[in-house]
Design a protein around this ligand. Structure first.
Ligand SMILES: *Cc1c(COP(=O)(O)O)cnc(C)c1O
Length: 467
């Protein structure tokens, strides 16, 4: 292994490659205050107020800390309606690092997903993907498509330590293509570091196989590039032949094997808002530019201020560095290894952006229709003001045909770590709090839904405890 290969357990190779120039003060609350806050929020952490939160692990989306250079970039915002200088800068950076020919900024990832789904999916189509993502699947369904999960079986097993749980099972994909015909498959949706599986990467050899298969059947590969830079780190760390390649080279190799991408820049790209759609097909790109004026804005700003595009361009530059990824992934691993050592059931291998606690094993006495992971999120908040989120039965929603809960195999509590925000001491506090909840797990009862919105219910549903 070369000297830049980190983050290793028990060593300091992941120490932060930055120092702190400004701080945001946190507010401490009492247990009584937190009990009241979570009751008022309908036991849904998405409905709690940020001021009532101590350590915020709700999501790693848009919650990262920008660098001084990114903040300086905000001052360079060219807020012209058309042809902003920052657009051309961002376009050049995306071409340099991701390699796609054409790029359209969007207000965030789902803006890009909306445009791409509407342009590529016809009613009755099937869209295979390496596990669903909430907004991605919803846009596929709104466009008339049906999502089909073609991820490897290991991804659905929280106990499996397979190193590439984000891989596509080509046999599953082939079965779909044989069943419905390649003409009904507009593209395959390929996500890097699969969020719903626990932040699990695909391997380059799997992508190469997928590429060959898709070329043969004339099916484009559309990447969900949200955490692909973090996926590149894992390829470098785990896959034969990649130890001496840079994250930057691996990212480019991934993108070169795909036909386009949607991107939530709120993750990898270290900004608080933003996204983009990119592709190599000029025809598709022109259509996306045209549709953008309906949903996002003119194609040179796509719902973003000029300064946001400048911060994103700089964020991408920082995200592809080895030092950033070593610290990012090292910190998440530090937390995961501590929880694991304490006997807390977590999904392994430890992913890049979050620790996922297996709520089925943490609360085996709570039925899945009493939402164990949702319950655990509320309990951890009450314990110590740590805000996390459910990735299980609530997030999976109802089957559109039967109206029943989907009861997914994975019932997880996600502790997402914002980039460059919290310290090692904060991670220690998180560990201690989870252990305290674990000690009283037998007293914990589940929840029932009292209000359920139609779309993406996990954001706004309300619950009450089952007495
Ligand atoms: C966050 C996310 C999205 C959606 O992006 P937004 O910026 O939240 O709209 C899509 N795919 C994945 C994998 C994500 O994590």
């Amino acid at each position: 292994m070369n000297s830049m290969s980190g983050p290793q357990s028990g060593s300091r190779t992941w120490a932060e490659p930055y120092k702190i120039k400004m701080v945001e003060l946190l507010r401490m609350t009492t247990r009584e205050e937190r009990e009241q806050a979570i009751r008022e929020a309908g036991y849904n952490t998405f409905l709690t107020r940020s001021r009532d939160v101590y350590i915020d692990l709700l999501t790693d989306s848009g919650t990262g800390a920008m660098s001084d250079r990114q903040w300086a970039g905000l001052m360079l915002g060219d807020e012209a309606y058309a042809g902003s200088e920052n657009f051309y800068h961002l376009e050049a950076v995306i071409k340099e690092y991701y390699g796609y020919e054409y790029m359209l900024p969007t207000h965030q990832g789902r803006g890009a997903e909306n445009l791409m789904s509407q342009l590529l999916i016809k009613p009755g189509d099937y869209v295979p993907g390496n596990m669903y993502f909430t907004t991605t699947r919803l846009h596929q369904e709104l466009a008339g498509g049906t999502f089909v999960d073609v991820i490897v079986d290991q991804a659905h097993d929280p106990e499996s330590s397979f190193p590439f749980k984000g891989n596509v099972d080509i046999a599953k994909l082939n079965r779909l293509v044989q069943d419905v015909g390649a003409k009904r498959v507009p593209y395959i949706s390929l996500e890097g570091n699969v969020n719903m599986a626990g932040g699990q990467p695909f391997s380059m050899s799997n992508l190469n196989d997928l590429h060959s298969y898709c070329r043969k059947h004339d099916i484009p590969i559309m990447l969900d590039a949200t955490r692909t830079i973090e996926n590149a780190w894992f390829i470098r760390e785990r896959e034969d032949g990649y130890a001496d390649k840079s994250v930057r080279e691996i990212l480019r190799e991934i993108c070169d094997l795909t036909d386009g991408c949607t991107m939530s820049a709120k993750k990898d790209a270290l900004v608080n808002i933003g996204g983009f759609f990119a592709c190599n097909d000029e025809e598709l790109f022109k259509k996306s530019q045209n549709l953008a004026v309906v949903y996002e804005g003119l194609h040179t700003y796509g719902g973003l201020a000029g300064r946001d595009m400048e911060a994103m361009a700089q964020g991408i530059r920082e995200a592809v560095t080895e030092e950033h990824q070593a610290a990012r992934i090292g910190q998440v691993r530090y937390l995961g290894e501590k929880l694991d050592a304490a006997g807390i059931p977590i999904v392994k291998p430890i992913g890049s952006h979050a620790i996922y606690i297996n709520a089925k094993r943490f609360l085996p006495h709570v039925d899945q229709d009493e939402y164990p992971a949702q319950t655990l999120a509320a309990e951890l908040y009450i314990e110590s003001g740590i805000r996390t989120m459910e990735r299980g039965n609530v997030s999976a929603g109802r089957d559109p045909k039967t109206g029943k809960n989907r009861r997914p195999q994975l019932e997880l509590l996600r502790l997402a770590i914002p980039r460059r925000v919290y310290t090692q001491a904060h991670m220690d506090v998180v560990t201690e709090s989870v252990i305290d909840v674990y000690k009283r797990r037998n007293e914990i009862r589940g929840l029932r839904i009292v209000y359920e919105p139609e779309y993406l219910r996990f954001f706004q549903a309300r619950f009450e405890p089952i007495s």
